[in-house]
Design a protein around this ligand. Structure first.
Ligand code: IVH
Length: 700
């Protein structure tokens, strides 16, 4: 989007989505102009034009304070950090944590650990309980005891090199004390204390600068400054709690590891506690919940970690979170406000979702003016009416929710909300289907307009170009809606034929030769796309990123995937059996897949895309091993590890684990008392391995 188009819409008329998209674009554009000006001394626009961009950014932020971005230009003077940091791939991925909200979730976590390791009841499982600091995680790499690299977490795989800034933190040692292995990566949380946060915001207010919403945003903004002297003035702090790469073992337990961190010169949260069992850990949580308000920094829960490192090693991780740790979160902050309206949004699968429009209110440090109401039944159950005072909450990054209604404050004329039975976008009937298996109504009401519903079509396209899918830069919601309306893009394949309509594109309001060329380039770059992204982009129900990855890894090519899923439409087929045998894909996901491909229009979309682009095999999840790409089946009882552990080990080595033996199975591993699967393997001529042979292979 260029300036003319943007200025065409007065700030007062922007929708929330438009405003968010525009702020994102402005952050990027202003950063680019800063870079050109400060770094290359080659500005491309006049000072007046530049000022206009910044003013527009400020005006939108003033109207939508909840949309102020961490990388907002308002938080920055001078050159552009967004573009300015080198990307670094982490030596070991930076993991996230599974969450627990109830005490029983924590007890269940420890039971899972026990089951996985095959421990008996008498064996104690010690846990280290640490406050969960609400800041941002970073990794610090030391070679021969010297700090050589400091990086943000980023997406867990790749972060930004902020070494110069991290060096300015007094809690970050430049040199490790005592003896340390040649390579040590220390991980922990950068945060800002309350008093320093308040002082900083007071200063900003005096200077007429926008305020940071909370200490977390402020810590993140302060660390991502291109000028380290700005970071230095912000008084950031650091608690160490974990490690990445280590060239030698330094401890046998996590508790001992924390001691080593202290000896090297790091701050370790002094409240952390070694607990003998889960009940002691939960008692610690209760104590901390009470002390929370008096702490000098924000915490949003307690992290429990299995103390023994050999157990941590065996437990490994599952979908980017360790099996040996869990975050026990505090309940979300709740506040009251007035519900001004209920709007109905139509999603890509036709689902009608009610959204609460609220009197803006601050909760958890940010101003909230919209919240989700989930679905029709939720509105009825809570009897939410327009005009009501409602309690809302916001937990972490999740969308704010309406929790309950303050009934005694209900206006006399408030009437029960009538959920529409027609789609607000296309007028088609909206129905709730009956699940034939349970005889129950689906909770979601869906538009039956299918292909004729513009809202669904636009949402599908939006999903298709979204960051996790095709990630086409410069093709935002507004453009998609406008292009759809004018027939430039009606289906995903049209995106790749947009170059044929370049003449129509450049004459559009707000478009020109340059911006059109940029968009078309961004599209061209996606003619080769990893298969998992392709599958995810199709927007098949229940097929999220991780399921798409499983499918891509299992089938390896688009041709094989399409052929298999089409064939699986027959529930008697071998293809169906293979599909449901993929670990973590049950009959429900499998039916959604086959239903998608049973629809001729969907098949056409996929065929059309196949003519336009090439889906390439995704990168393997792990490095090559003797087991990469192999399909294994475990049967019988093993002595050295539980079934769960064996499966996890196999998957971490790039193998697939199936539930039943077929001709596609590479190895069947038989433990004691193996039954029919071992016999079937022999019958099909599949290689059978003993437990010991499997262990040798798994050790690589
Ligand atoms: S351990 C492999 N310990 O929480 C272990 N994380 O929700 C990874 N966090 O990305 C994290 N305090 O930014 C750990 N004492 C603590 C923590 C902590 C805060 C953050 C960290 C992580 C996020 C996961």
């Amino acid at each position: 989007m260029v300036g003319a188009d943007r200025r065409a819409i007065p700030v007062e008329e922007l929708t929330l989505e438009d405003a968010a998209a525009e702020l994102e674009a402005l952050a990027r554009e202003i950063a680019e102009h800063d870079r050109l000006y400060y770094r290359e001394s080659a500005p491309r626009i006049s000072d007046a034009e530049y000022d206009a961009l910044r003013r527009r950014n400020e005006e939108i932020e003033a109207r939508f304070p909840e949309l102020v971005r961490e990388d907002s230009p308002s938080f920055r003077v001078g050159a552009a950090p967004a573009e300015g940091f080198r990307k670094v791939v982490h030596a070991r991925p930076m993991l996230s944590l599974q969450n627990a909200f109830e005490e029983d979730d924590v007890r269940e976590f420890v039971r899972r650990v026990r089951r996985f390791l095959g421990l008996d009841e008498a064996e104690p499982v010690e846990l280290v309980a640490e406050p969960k600091i609400d800041g941002l995680s970073v990794t610090l790499r030391y070679e021969e005891g010297r700090l050589v690299l400091g990086a943000t977490r980023g997406d867990g795989t790749e972060g930004e090199d902020v070494t110069a800034n991290l060096r300015t933190l007094r809690d970050v040692p430049r040199k490790l004390k005592g003896d340390a292995p040649a390579v040590v990566e220390v991980r922990g949380e950068v945060y800002m204390r309350h008093d320093e946060f308040r002082a900083m915001n007071e200063q900003r207010e005096k200077e007429g600068l926008p305020l940071y919403a909370n200490p977390r945003n402020s810590a993140s903004g302060s660390l991502r400054q291109l000028d380290p002297s700005v970071t230095a003035r912000r008084k950031l702090r650091f608690f160490a709690y974990s490690w990445g790469e280590l060239s030698a073992n330094v401890a046998e337990t996590h508790w001992e590891f924390l001691e080593r961190l202290k000896a090297w010169g790091f701050h370790v949260n002094p409240i952390a506690r070694l607990c003998r069992d889960v009940e002691e850990a939960i008692a610690f949580y209760r104590t901390i919940s009470e002390q929370r308000a008096e702490l000098e920094y924000d915490i949003d829960g307690v992290v429990y970690k299995v103390n023994r490192l050999d157990w941590q090693e065996r437990l490994g991780m599952v979908s980017r979170a360790p099996r040996w740790a869990i975050a026990h979160k505090f309940p979300a902050e709740q506040v009251e406000t007035v519900l001004k309206d209920i709007q109905i949004q139509v999603g890509r699968t036709g689902a009608l979702t009610p959204v609460a429009i609220l009197e803006p209110v601050t909760v958890g440090g940010v101003v909230v003016s919209r919240a989700t109401l989930h679905n029709e039944d939720e509105i009825a159950r809570k009897d939410v009416r327009i005009g009501d005072r409602v309690v809302i909450q916001r937990a972490g990054d999740v969308i704010p929710q309406v929790v309950s209604v303050v009934e005694k404050a209900r206006p006399a004329d408030a009437s029960p909300f009538v959920f529409p039975d027609h789609c607000p976008a296309c007028g088609s009937l909206a129905t709730r289907t009956i699940n034939p298996a349970t005889g129950q109504e689906d909770v979601v009401r869906r538009c039956t307009g299918g292909l004729i519903c513009p809202a669904q079509a636009i949402e599908r396209l939006r999903h298709f170009v979204s960051r996790q899918a095709f990630d086409i830069e410069g093709l935002g919601r507004k453009h998609i809606a406008a292009f759809w309306q004018d027939g430039l893009i009606r289906g995903p394949g049209d995106i790749f034929r947009l170059h044929e309509r370049k003449a129509d594109l450049i004459v559009r309001e707000g478009w020109g030769e340059q911006s059109a060329a940029k968009l078309l380039e961004a599209i061209e770059r996606r003619r080769r796309i990893p298969l998992d992204r392709f599958i995810y982009a199709l927007g098949i129900r229940q097929v999220g990123e991780s399921t798409a990855r499983l499918l891509a890894r299992h089938y390896g090519s688009l041709e094989a995937f399409v052929e298999a899923v089409e064939a699986a439409g027959d529930p008697e087929s071998e293809a169906w059996r293979e599909l449901v045998a993929i670990d973590q894909i049950g009959p429900s996901v499998a039916s959604d897949l086959t239903a998608f491909f049973a629809e001729p229009h969907n098949r056409e979309v996929v065929e059309d895309l196949r003519r336009e682009l090439e889906a390439v095999e995704p990168l393997p999840a792990t490095k090559e091993s003797a087991l990469s790409g192999k399909t294994l089946v475990f049967t019988g009882t093993m002595e050295s590890m539980t079934r769960g552990e064996a499966k996890a080990r196999a998957e971490s080595l790039g193998a697939k684990v199936a539930g039943s033996v077929s001709r596609k199975t590479d190895y069947v591993i038989v433990g004691a008392d193996a039954g029919s699967k071992a016999a079937k393997a022999r019958e099909l001529g599949v290689t059978v391995l003993s437990e010991q042979e499997w262990l040798d292979l798994a050790r690589g």
